[in-house]
Write a protein that binds this ligand. Structure first.
Ligand SMILES: Cc1cc2nc3c(=O)[nH]c(=O)nc-3n(C[C@H](O)[C@H](O)[C@H](O)COP(=O)(O)O)c2cc1C
Length: 189
């Protein structure tokens, strides 16, 4: 299959089996992930692979973070809501957190390093697809909260770019119509 065909056929999917994913597959995916363009050789890609009990730790953090903003986290309604949040981290056997480290290089720009890690995220999605795995890139306010960066053990100044949920597919996702570029493109000639 050509690269272009692979890009066009990839689809995100949130339907994943509970079964764990082999470390060898994760390594193949992350080795492909870091093959991105990068400016000033900052090598900004940082990954945290969360699985097993780690997912419960993340789920508890997600719920505790929201509970802190509630007037009454112990109300029945809020308990039910927080329980739902806690379970969100269990939606896949593997969550890869992809983040951009802040570089010491004086010329480096965070926007460029985030761009490079965004390309790494697409590499993860494409590699997962080739290896027969389902994946979906998620963020939300959790990703942009400095407390999350610290809880997950990234260095200060690191920016989380995505939580990529990964697992063996529960069902086949058919192809869907994709945009074409015409209406988003202009030429200066
Ligand atoms: C930076 C970024 C953050 C995203 N965050 C979420 C999210 O939190 N929840 C979600 O359901 N989809 C999120 N999406 C969208 C999905 O990853 C996915 O792209 C979308 O469902 C379209 O599916 P497709 O990738 O098959 O086109 C996000 C996408 C990007 C690029």
């Amino acid at each position: 299959m050509s690269v272009i065909e692979a890009i066009k056929k990839r689809n995100s999917s949130a339907f994943m089996a509970e079964d764990d994913v082999d470390n060898d597959l994760i390594r193949q995916i992350l080795d492909a992930a870091v093959c991105t363009p990068v400016h000033y050789k900052t090598n900004p890609w940082r990954f945290l692979v969360i699985r097993g009990e780690g997912r419960h730790k993340l789920g508890n953090f997600m719920a505790d973070r929201l509970a802190k903003e509630m007037d009454d986290p112990s109300s029945d309604k809020n308990i039910r809501f927080l329980d739902k949040i806690r379970k969100k981290a269990l939606r896949a056997p593997i969550i890869i957190v992809a983040a951009a480290a802040k570089s010491d290089c004086k010329d480096a720009m965070m926007v460029e390093d985030i761009a490079s890690v965004s390309a790494a995220c697409q590499n993860i999605l494409l590699s997962a697809d080739e290896l027969g795995l389902s994946a979906i890139w998620r963020t939300g306010s959790l990703a942009y909260d400095p407390r999350t960066v610290s809880f997950l053990g990234f260095d200060r100044g690191t920016e989380i770019v995505g939580f990529i949920y990964l697992g063996h597919p529960l069902k086949e996702i058919g192809s869907k119509p994709r945009e074409t570029s015409g209406k988003y493109t202009r030429f200066l000639e």
